[in-house]
Write a protein that binds this ligand. Structure first.
Ligand code: ADP
Length: 916
């Protein structure tokens, strides 16, 4: 709108139409003083236009500083302006004054155009009124410079403009950042500036409408102003209003004492006016804006609406930012989770055929672990059957069920088409059921499965091991209680499963007392090292009998151990048997020789040493051929041949060589030594000294020869004498004596034979009577004298009787025998001395002759049955006399021996115990 200076000048002088009621929208143009020279219609039209345009005119006289406005000024601005420019300047908003002043200065400096926008402040209410003034400098005669112009009240436009700018800026603030803290800060700063708030608070509330957090605070923090959090208390009317999302205002705290004006910001008059704007969607307020001014004010509807609008936008933006942040966070978490988890993850879309049967699925999304777990690459968008055509139908069934029912599943399954791997899978339906999306999280458990299988296998193996029939297996606790025993152990120990179950079968109850120390030692070893080295011990069976075990243990865990037990009772018996056998072999009178097949000697017993003269050390390792006389090696070969054929060779009587080179008669009984496979591993030889047997055999032969001779010759003599007397038919004294003598000889022989039969049968009946040996000896000497008709016998007896409880006849028999031998083997005329003496508790009878004597080697053998010294010749008897004598002496507790010097004679001594 362009206003000419003339018009403005004239207008300024005219009162403006009364437009007092313009505010209510009804414009009334009041009639005022007429403008000279113009039609009243024109003037009225102009005034009307000015009023409608909210325009008033003015004139400033720079000389007098007087300001003259058209009368409608108060109506347009709400307050009068003038009368001086200075006083008008005081109404100008301080921020705009300098600007305005410049316009005036510029005008006087030759730039007459004047066009300024500025604010005036209502002197009473403090309300701001925007004004646009246009005018020009009018120099008049140099003395009276004036500015004339017209001003338009543009508050509404300005507000709308500013409002639009403000809202644009607010929108920029809101959208310019996604920062939860930066947004309210920027917005609050802008609101505070725009609304001239000295204090601004942004408070969050919870779903109940109770304040929780001050998210922003702008303004003095002088301790006088306290958070709105404190101001908004549940009691009173303020909170219900806020909860009902109603904006609460206070124009002047001093004039409107109330709940809000009683709060801290108003204390001491720090603040005078306030507005509280709650904002919420459809619930209780969640954001509360509090704006405070130091000055009282009148809260305009548009201000309130703007604040409500801005607060709502801020709340929405904050909610959006937060939900986006939350979504981003959860998205991030999701990405991070699916990206970082070791588990494979995928989202699949189930594909169904026309019948609704799940037949395939498509990968929509997979995480990095997916490839690692499955070995499948770049699967997104592809169907599983494209990738693994043999993928089993049961996968589709399972996932299809999840997609349809929405029930999550967890399962373990082998995917043979995907490398035969085992997977542990969790599947859950995702999102809209219609999409048939399934989220699958899975883990490759192939290794674990293998480990499981290995464990199962080893368990099975262990079970098989435990079930073994020959090894007892028991589980035991550290306190010694057996908690489990397998059948083998039950069989060995005689206990039952029930016994074990009762907890009464313990080490100490099944261990014999003498085995406890060893058992304790083993238990200590177990406690210390977790194992028990194998050892042998005896156990008690339930019935109290014993059994031998070989046992070893190892720890299972902190409380239990397992013990393996083998029943070695049998082998122990065998060992004992072996030991007995070894002892028998050692003490045997027979030589035991073990050889390898090639003849190398491997064992050699003491009897072998006695027989052959080699010690075991010398013999072992030597070849047995060394013992075989030259030219007889074939004997050994034949034996080995027979053994190898599996035959048992007959005992062999042969000769062998002694260490000293002499030959010895032996009887050899060879037998097999077999290895585990039953093959011939060697030859066992039992060699018996056959010398004795050979001698016995010879003695028996001699005996038979002699017996027949000794019996036949007296019989021949008897028959000769008897025939001779029959022919002569005469009694012949000498002939009778010969007959008697021969008869006695037969008697003697038969007595000896009878005696020996009795002795051999161990039947000697002693008839003990108190006898004096002196009498028996002299009787025997007499008998010999009569028999021999010589007096070559000398008897030496002590003065005192030598008496004892002895068998008279048996002692007589011994004496007869010794005396007859002496008479028989010594020279016919040599003296025979028989002496009886006493030495301590025994009586001694010695018979001494001056005969040929006996070789020392023969002495000990004289008393053997049938033993006769070689060359004793016909003088000898059956070799039984001394044998019988020894038996009779020994039967009465005595001894008998011979002493002799070859060529000088022999002394035979018998002792008899004298009972005390
Ligand atoms: P025999 O019937 O042969 O006499 P004996 O047992 O009485 O049997 O004697 C055994 C052997 O002892 C005799 O064959 C003889 O060689 C020897 N003998 C016994 N007594 C004497 C002796 N007084 N002097 C020498 N040799 C004797």
């Amino acid at each position: 709108m362009s206003i000419t200076s003339e018009a403005e000048t004239s207008l300024a002088e005219q009162p403006a139409p009364n437009t007092a009621e313009a505010a209510d929208g009804h414009q009334h143009v009041a009639s005022g003083p007429s403008v000279t020279g113009e039609t009243s219609t024109d003037r009225q039209r102009l005034h009307l236009a000015l009023a409608v345009g909210n325009v008033f005119t003015w004139e400033v006289d720079l000389a007098t500083d007087a300001l003259t406005c058209s009368p409608n000024v108060a109506e347009i601005l709400g307050f009068p302006v003038g009368p001086t420019l200075d006083s008008a300047m005081s109404l100008v908003h301080p921020d705009d004054r300098a600007d305005l002043q410049q316009w005036f200065q510029r005008g006087t400096a030759g730039r007459p155009e004047f066009d300024a926008e500025f604010r005036l402040v209502h002197p009473q209410t403090g309300d701001q009124v925007w004004v646009r003034s246009r005018g020009c400098h009018v120099p008049v005669d140099g003395a009276s410079d004036r500015f004339i112009g017209a001003s338009q009240q543009i508050t509404d436009q300005k507000r709308q403009e500013m409002h639009a700018t403000f809202l644009t800026a607010i929108q920029r603030d809101l959208s310019g950042s996604a920062d939860e803290e930066a947004i309210p800060r920027a917005v609050a700063e802008r609101i505070a500036r725009y609304f001239d708030f000295a204090l601004l608070t942004l408070v969050e509330g919870d779903a109940n409408g109770d304040p929780t957090t001050v998210i922003y605070r702008h303004g003095p923090d002088d301790g006088q102003t306290v958070d709105i959090v404190d101001a908004v208390q549940p009691a009173g009317t303020l909170v219900p209003s806020l909860r009902a999302r109603q904006t609460v205002t206070i124009d002047d705290a001093l004039l409107e004492p109330g709940e809000l004006s009683g709060t801290a910001p108003f204390e001491g008059g720090a603040m005078r006016s306030a507005i509280l704007v709650p904002s919420a969607g459809n619930r209780r307020w969640t954001l509360l804006l509090g704006g405070y001014r130091r000055q009282p004010c009148h809260w305009r509807k548009d201000e309130i609406e703007t604040l409500e609008d801005v607060t709502a936008r801020l709340r929405l933006r904050l909610e959006r930012v937060r939900s986006e942040a939350a979504r981003r966070a959860s998205d991030m978490r999701y990405r991070t989770l699916t990206g970082s988890i070791a588990e494979g993850f995928c989202v699949i879309e189930m594909l169904f055929d026309d019948d609704g049967t799940p037949v395939d699925y498509r990968f929509l999304e997979v995480n990095p672990a997916f490839e690692r777990q499955t070995g499948l690459r770049q699967v997104e968008g592809k169907r599983i059957l494209e990738i693994a055509p043999a993928h089993e139908a049961h996968w589709f069934e399972i996932y299809g069920r999840v997609a349809i029912t929405g029930e999550p599943v967890s399962f373990e399954q082998e995917a043979t088409a995907i490398g035969g791997r085992w997977f542990e899978v969790d599947a859950v339906r995702l999102g809209d059921p219609a999409n048939r999306h399934v989220a699958v999280i899975f883990r490759d458990i192939t290794e674990r499965k293998r480990a499981d299988d290995a464990v199962r296998e080893s368990e099975a193996r262990l079970r098989r091991a435990i079930a073994i029939e020959t090894v007892g297996v028991v589980f035991f606790r550290d306190d010694g209680v057996i908690t489990y025993a397998n059948d083998a152990f039950l069989r060995m120990s005689g206990y039952t499963t029930e016994d074990v179950g009762s907890g009464e079968v313990r080490w100490d109850t099944i261990t014999p007392p003498e085995w406890m120390p060893r058992t304790r030692e083993a238990n200590e070893e177990f406690a210390g090292t977790g194992r028990m080295a194998p050892f042998e011990k005896e156990y008690l069976r339930k019935d109290g009998s014993r059994w031998w075990s070989l046992c070893a243990a190892t720890r299972l865990d902190a409380r239990e151990g397992v013990k393996f037990i083998i029943d070695i009772t049998g082998s122990k018996r065998a060992t004992a048997e072996q030991a007995r056998l070894a002892a028998m072999v050692d003490f045997s009178r027979d030589a035991f020789i073990g050889t390898e097949v090639d003849g190398t000697i491997t064992s050699w017993n003491p009897a072998a040493t006695r027989l052959f003269g080699y010690t075991a050390e010398e013999a072992v390792g030597m070849n047995v051929l060394v013992l075989i006389p030259p030219g007889q090696a074939h004997e050994r070969e034949r034996i080995v041949d027979q053994l190898q054929r599996g035959e048992v060779p007959a005992p062999l009587e042969t000769q062998r060589l002694r260490k000293n080179g002499s030959r010895i008669d032996v009887e050899i009984r060879p037998s097999h030594i077999r290895d585990a496979a039953g093959r011939l591993a060697g030859v066992a030889i039992v060699a018996t000294d056959a010398t004795e047997r050979r001698r016995l055999e010879r003695a028996q032969e001699d005996f038979l020869a002699m017996a027949s001779h000794d019996l036949r010759s007296p019989v021949t003599v008897l028959r000769g004498r008897a025939q001779w007397m029959k022919r002569r038919k005469t009694y012949d004294e000498a002939g009778i004596n010969v007959i008697l003598d021969q008869a006695r000889r037969i008697e003697r022989l038969t007595d000896d034979l009878r005696e020996i039969v009795r002795l051999e049968a161990g039947k000697i009946d002693l008839e003990r009577t108190m006898i004096d040996l002196r009498k028996l000896v002299s009787d025997a000497a007499d008998r010999l004298r009569i028999q021999q008709t010589t007096d070559r016998v000398r008897v030496i007896t002590p003065a005192a009787p030598i008496a004892g409880l002895w068998d008279r006849d048996r002692i007589g028999q011994i004496l007869d025998n010794l005396l007859e031998n002496a008479a028989k083997y010594a020279d016919a005329e040599s003296t025979i001395t028989v002496e009886v003496s006493r030495a301590e508790n025994e009586a001694r009878i010695s018979v001494m002759d001056r005969g040929p004597g006996i070789a020392p080697a023969e002495l000990s053998r004289l008393f053997d049955r049938f033993y006769r010294v070689d060359g004793a010749g016909a003088a000898g008897g059956l070799g039984l006399g001394l044998y019988i004598s020894r038996m009779l002496v020994e039967a009465q507790g005595g001894r008998i021996w011979a002493e002799s010097t070859l060529g000088q004679g022999s002394t035979f001594t018998a002792t008899l115990p004298i009972a005390s």
